[in-house]
Design a protein around this ligand. Structure first.
Ligand code: DAH
Length: 350
């Protein structure tokens, strides 16, 4: 067979064989068969040494042409197969973004904190300042100047957690911040303040009591302040927290630092006042204490009680949050029990 015939037959064979190649692996084998060291194309020049110069030129030229042609045919197919393979890969690895994603647990603000903020926001809009006081408090402010001298029977329930005998204690109420605010206001101008904060007292820890809890204290000092002002303010707070249908009422009570003193009740948001297990059948729920600031307290703090008057109130923040969010045990606020997470995970409270 002449070199030309050999070349033609190689090309013919390749063109036939290539039609059945459909993957890169087979193509690699085919490449070796034609272009490898012992391949068909290479074999065209195997006997070069025995040829004359003229023949060498002829064989060289023809074998080069064949090599080029074979290479381009193989490369063309290689390109096609690579493209197909990529398409297949893209199709099989496609991410379906319409699938629901894996649920990520995102935390939410503590509902006690949310409740305090809600009250703060409301009262700030009514011109109140938010102030803070220390949790380690002087007996003088926590009791004495609040009209609770040593030996006063009303101390009994709160006489607790002293750190140094009888002058410093973990505050049993946020009311001492009233004293601090009045004393600090040396110009003796009107006061509107609220003070949310932690308090500590000797208590049996049960479903509704904890030795540590949060109070929201309020104090307003001005001229001609009456119970009607307190009632109006309480009304706004109750409606903001528990809905516009809430009614409020005062019940006579006793606190040494207010005179008269009242318990703050709201009509039950659950039964609307008919009586249910939340309001224990009474139709009313007590949410705090309040009253007209006792003249002794004003005078103790340098506000002449013949000129000045005021009202004060104190809410239990956990109690408000428990009522608002249907929590039945105050201890869930402090136990870090993950089973209660759902109760606290209140996106609707955000
Ligand atoms: N300090 C009271 C308590 O812990 C609550 C309270 C009652 C606060 C009447 C007040 C108030 O400011 O006027 O039980």
């Amino acid at each position: 067979m002449s070199i030309l015939e050999q070349a033609e037959s190689i090309k013919k064979e390749l063109n036939e064989e290539i039609t059945s190649i459909d993957n890169l692996n087979d193509l690699a084998n085919l490449k070796v068969k034609y272009l490898g060291k012992k391949g068909l194309v290479t074999s065209l020049t195997r006997d070069m040494a025995t040829l004359s110069i003229e023949e060498k030129k002829e064989v060289g030229r023809i074998s080069n042409e064949v090599k080029k042609e074979v290479t381009s045919i193989i490369e063309e197919l290689e390109k096609n197969l690579l493209e197909k393979e990529l398409e297949k890969k893209l199709a099989s690895e496609k991410i379906d973004i319409t699938l629901p994603s894996t649920k990520v647990n995102v935390g939410s603000a503590n509902i006690l904190e949310k409740l305090v903020e809600e009250v703060e926001e409301l009262l700030v809009s009514m011109g109140y300042d938010v102030v803070e006081g220390p949790e380690l408090e002087k007996d003088l402010y926590n009791f004495e100047l609040l009209n609770l001298p040593k030996g006063h029977p009303a101390r009994d329930a709160q006489d607790t957690f002293y750190t140094d005998g009888d002058t410093l204690l973990l505050r049993s109420q946020t009311s001492p911040v009233q004293i601090r605010t009045m004393l600090a206001n040396t110009e003796k101008t009107p006061i509107r303040m609220i003070c949310p904060g932690k308090t500590y007292r000797r208590d049996d820890d049960d479903a509704t009591h904890s030795h540590q809890f949060t109070q929201i204290e309020g104090l307003l000092v001005d001229k001609n302040v009456s119970l009607a002002d307190l009632k109006g303010t309480f009304d706004v707070i109750a409606k903001k927290l528990f809905g516009n249908d809430r009614e409020t009422r005062f019940r006579p009570s006793f606190y040494p630092f207010t005179e008269p003193s009242v318990e703050l009740d709201i009509s039950c948001f659950n039964c609307g006042g008919k009586g249910c297990n939340i309001c224990k059948g009474t139709g009313w729920i007590t949410v705090g204490g309040a009253g007209i600031v006792h003249h002794n307290v004003l005078d103790n703090c340098g506000y002449d009680s013949n000129v000045w008057s005021g009202f004060a109130f104190g809410f239990g923040a956990e109690r408000l949050a428990m009522l608002k969010y249907g929590i039945t045990d105050i201890r869930t606020f402090y136990t870090n029990d993950l089973r209660n997470k759902e109760t606290f995970d209140r996106k609707d409270a955000e």
